[in-house]
Design a protein around this ligand. Structure first.
Ligand code: GLN
Length: 535
């Protein structure tokens, strides 16, 4: 039976609970344990798929086609665990399920209540994942901050689980803020005391505190926190800021966090010093031999979380090439007005256009594609990035004036990107796109094949619109290579341009499958091409 680690957060949001959870997963996996993660999100949306990136950041897509919280992305990048539809539990999902049961008559005769029905549903959903995965440890991260009304049922559920399972089967880790007040020259422990106090009011006693701080704390503070918060001294962990998120497992390791967790959960395992991670990932991140600048042209540029997996995959591509990647973020709307594109690109050696929805900024993206195509700058288009690359090619190479996607112009004369019949009748916006892993067959004579070094790959999707096959032949005659196809449904997956040093655009999202020590092949080769670009 799986053991459980429950992770809560206090004081403020954005403390990096997701990265903490992923780093703990990494440490336990390195010690030979099988782990999985569950992210509990207290909002009422069934999934984040219908939310604007400004609300939520990136929507992370799993292999089985679930639209989930981006913290699951951290977990997949740090570990080899399998995450899927049921790894993200939301209040929306829980209530939906309970209300459906009530309508079916499953609770016949009873008053359906938050406690025990909602909390039981949460516990069942958590247990089901750990049971199905057959893991040693299930890490459960509770979204939100302790003290929020929304997260109370989740906290009550984990309180009950700990009570039922006992302390050697369930562990509470609380991530808290330890602010450093410069003018006073000291850390302040009061917010942490209050936050732990809040947890205790609802019956949860943290076993371990991860103290997020910008300056390392000293022994005296550690003792003070331990005494006031009722935890062991060695269980007060210094989670000091680091430059790269991939250093966090090393910081935790140095603090002895993995030994502590294993001791508290009564698990015996071999030690591991994370040498591989240190030698490949950290060394190359900190001391790369080369550097390269890449422009990312998108409409949610001001929000770092909106393209989280893209930015990480670029960093991974850098690690694979022993290079530091500087990301030059360009707002696509600015490119619509900007006369001097070269100035915006600011010495970038490659251009990437990520996924997106809606008309805003589209023409700016098309200009960026045109620039990359004409100036032989390595270009990587992803999802919407592939669609705008097709529109640009239609307009400026094939002479199809006014070509567009029907997403942006319903009446375009040349709908080079359009909806499949099955999408035309879709009424519900939630979970109704083409989602999750689909097969892609690669042409041997393509950059993509040379990157992947295999003919058949599986990649994750999240889109409604597709390349319109009516234009395929004509595009081919004009120099486009349809390098990747889904042969089952005859859908275009990857386009390339003959005669261009590196122009690859794919309908899927390769960024979701990239890892720091194993960069996605297309990201690896994109960075390699950018490093070779002498323009
Ligand atoms: N808006 C486009 C579509 O729905 C592209 C989606 C995306 O880039 N994820 O097909």
């Amino acid at each position: 039976m799986s053991k459980f680690i429950f992770i809560t957060g206090g004081v403020v949001s954005s403390l990096g609970k997701g990265i903490a959870a992923a780093s703990i997963g990494k440490l336990l996996e390195a010690r030979g344990l099988r782990t999985t993660i569950i992210k509990c999100d207290p909002y009422l949306n069934v999934d984040p798929g219908t939310m604007n990136p400004y609300q939520h950041g990136e929507v992370y897509v799993t292999e089985d086609g679930a639209e989930t919280d981006l913290d699951l992305g951290h977990y997949e990048r740090f570990t080899n665990a399998y995450v899927s539809k049921d790894s993200n539990i939301t209040t929306g999902k829980i209530y939906y399920s309970v209300i459906m049961k009530e309508r079916r008559g499953d609770y016949l005769g009873k008053t359906v209540q938050i406690i025990p029905h909602i909390t039981d549903e949460i516990k069942d959903s958590i247990r089901k994942v750990s049971h199905d995965r057959d893991v040693d440890v299930t890490i459960v991260e509770i979204g939100g901050t302790v003290g929020d009304i929304e997260s109370l049922p989740f906290l009550e559920a984990i309180r009950q689980m700990r009570w039922e399972l006992g302390e050697s089967y369930a562990l509470n880790i609380h991530v808290t803020l330890l602010p450093y007040i410069r003018s006073a020259g000291e850390h302040k422990t009061k917010p942490t005391q209050h936050s732990v106090g809040r947890l205790r009011e609802i019956g949860i006693m943290p076993d371990i505190l991860l103290c997020r701080t910008e300056k390392a704390m000293d022994q005296e503070q550690r003792e003070k926190i331990a005494l006031f918060c009722n935890v062991d001294k060695e269980a007060v962990i210094d989670a000091c800021d680091v430059k790269h998120i991939y250093e966090v497992p090393m910081v935790f390791k140095k603090e002895g966090l993995d030994d502590l967790i294993l001791k508290k959960l009564h698990i015996k395992s071999q030690d591991n010093d994370l040498r591989d991670w240190q030698d490949v990932v950290i060394k190359r991140l900190k001391y790369p031999e080369r550097e390269v600048k890449i422009s990312v042209v998108g409409k949610y540029i001001s929000l770092p979380d909106a393209y989280k997996s893209i930015y990480e995959a670029l960093v991974h591509g850098g690690i694979a090439n022993n290079a530091r990647v500087f990301i030059n973020k360009i707002d696509s709307e600015d490119l619509e007005r900007d006369k001097d594109l070269a100035r915006s690109l600011n010495g970038s050696k490659g251009i990437l256009i990520p996924g997106g929805f809606g008309t805003r900024g589209i023409e700016g993206k098309i200009r960026a594609v045109q620039y990359a195509r004409e100036k032989n700058i390595p270009f990587f288009g992803i999802c919407l990035g592939m669609q705008v690359a097709s529109i640009e090619f239609a307009r400026n190479v094939c002479g199809l004036k006014g070509a567009n996607s029907t997403e942006f112009d319903q009446d375009t004369k040349y709908p080079v990107i359009s909806l499949l019949e099955e999408q035309k009748n879709v009424k519900n916006m939630g979970a109704s796109m083409r989602l999750g892993a689909y097969a892609c067959h690669l042409l041997k004579n393509s950059l993509s094949f040379r990157s992947y070094k295999k003919e058949n790959v599986l990649e994750r999707h999240r889109h409604r619109y597709e390349f319109n096959n009516k234009y395929k032949k004509f595009f081919e005659q004009n120099g486009m290579l349809f390098a990747g196809m889904n042969t089952e449904n005859h859908l275009v997956e990857i386009i390339e341009l003959k005669g261009h040093p590196w122009f690859v655009a794919c309908q899927f999202h390769p960024e979701f499958k990239s890892k720091p020590e194993r960069a996605h092949p297309l990201f690896r080769q994109f960075i390699a091409a950018a490093l070779e670009n002498s323009h």
